[in-house]
Design a protein around this ligand. Structure first.
Ligand SMILES: Cc1cc2nc3c(=O)[nH]c(=O)nc-3n(C[C@H](O)[C@H](O)[C@H](O)COP(=O)(O)OP(=O)(O)OC[C@H]3O[C@@H](n4cnc5c(N)ncnc54)[C@H](O)[C@@H]3O)c2cc1C
Length: 310
């Protein structure tokens, strides 16, 4: 029986990884181990969800030092005889995945959106060719590091877990933390919201963002955007970009205003349950994936929706 280890510094993602590990283990009978680092609270959350938790408490470990964190996880892998490590495919997790795989001599796949066990192999699905297709890939060899996209699995629940302490050695770090600051107030998590109001280059001016914000508020959602609005026009932060270079979102409802539907965008929203597209062009590509299409000017439709909801 092999062992699977899961690790994410974020509680929600760690619980999703526990579900992912259980998907593998239900086929292979593998044992699952959850690792926590300097986070007793998370250890308890995972144990309450039925996980066998090994907690590392290393006050001299700088969590911002990805190489040092990878080294600590690698020690856990060696001590506990782990073959497969599941990490979260968020920004930090992807960096960690590469470092860890290098240290333990494993193969590595990031941005995994789905997994299945076939002929004893863990087959991973991930976007390829700029999001134009989904590739199925697997690692030849027992040692594997897989980074799973947020929300690819639902958060695990269960009972009857346990917490055990794990001793590691922390190497001196070349990094010194000078200051810790909260992210700027524009930062949001568009991956975790149930309703997205997304705007594209059909939006005439930065001032018009207010109407989208108001609509999002009425619907209990958040405003997101296509890439040019953040990177070219700088009207919104890059945290809000949907797509290949942004976030992969799975909301229940996505209202898309003035977005043409290039594949680099649609790859980030195609898993939404319901998509409504509002575009002045009746032949806009986005209409091919939308559940509801409105050929209209967004500057008329959004104020009208605000009026009806207000
Ligand atoms: C490597 C790479 C990675 C990329 N990654 C991403 C990514 O992650 N996310 C992303 O979004 N893009 C990404 N892009 C850019 C992508 O290819 C597109 O250029 C971008 O998505 C287009 O944004 P848009 O739909 O807002 O703008 P446009 O393509 O200019 O479309 C604007 C749309 O608004 C409509 N419109 C105009 N006026 C109105 C109105 N008054 N009311 C309603 N509709 C109106 C138009 O008909 C048009 O369909 C990437 C590109 C590359 C090369």
């Amino acid at each position: 029986m092999a062992k699977i280890m899961i690790y994410s510094a974020k509680d929600t993602l760690a619980l999703e990884l526990l579900s992912a590990a259980r998907t593998i283990a239900s086929n292979t009978g593998d044992e699952i181990i959850a690792l926590t680092i300097n986070n007793d609270e998370q250890g308890q959350i995972l144990a309450d969800a039925g996980a066998t938790v090994y907690k590392v408490n290393a006050s001299d470990l700088i969590l911002a030092d990805v190489a040092a964190v990878a080294d600590v996880i690698a020690q856990g892998v060696q001590q506990l005889g782990v073959e497969v490590v599941l990490l979260a495919s968020d920004r930090r997790g992807k960096e960690l995945a590469g470092s860890l795989a290098q240290i333990i001599g494993a193969g590595c796949i990031t941005d995994v959106s789905a997994m299945q066990v076939k002929d004893g192999r863990i087959e991973c699905e991930r976007n390829a060719l700029g999001g134009a297709t989904v590739a199925t890939q697997y690692i030849e060899g027992d040692r594997q590091v897989l980074a799973i996209a947020p929300k690819a699995f639902s958060a695990a629940s269960g009972e009857g877990g346990s917490v055990t302490e794990l001793q590691v050695t922390v190497k001196p770090s070349g990094i010194r933390v000078q200051e810790v600051r909260a992210k700027d107030s524009d930062s949001v998590n568009i991956e975790e919201t149930a309703v997205i109001v997304a705007v594209g280059q059909g939006l005439k001016s930065k001032e018009d963002l207010a109407m989208a914000e108001s609509l999002a508020q009425s619907l209990g959602g958040v405003v997101a955007c296509s890439k040019p609005l953040a990177t070219d026009k700088k009207w919104l932060s890059e945290d809000r970009v949907i797509g290949l270079s942004g976030k992969l979102c799975k909301p229940d409802l996505a209202l898309l205003f003035g977005i043409s539907g290039q594949v680099q965008f649609t790859v980030g929203i195609r898993d939404a349950k319901t998509i409504v597209a509002v575009n002045t062009d009746e032949n806009a590509t986005i209409n091919q994936m939308a559940d509801y299409i409105l050929t209209a000017d967004m500057h008329e439709i959004i104020p009208e929706l605000n009026r009806l909801l207000g």
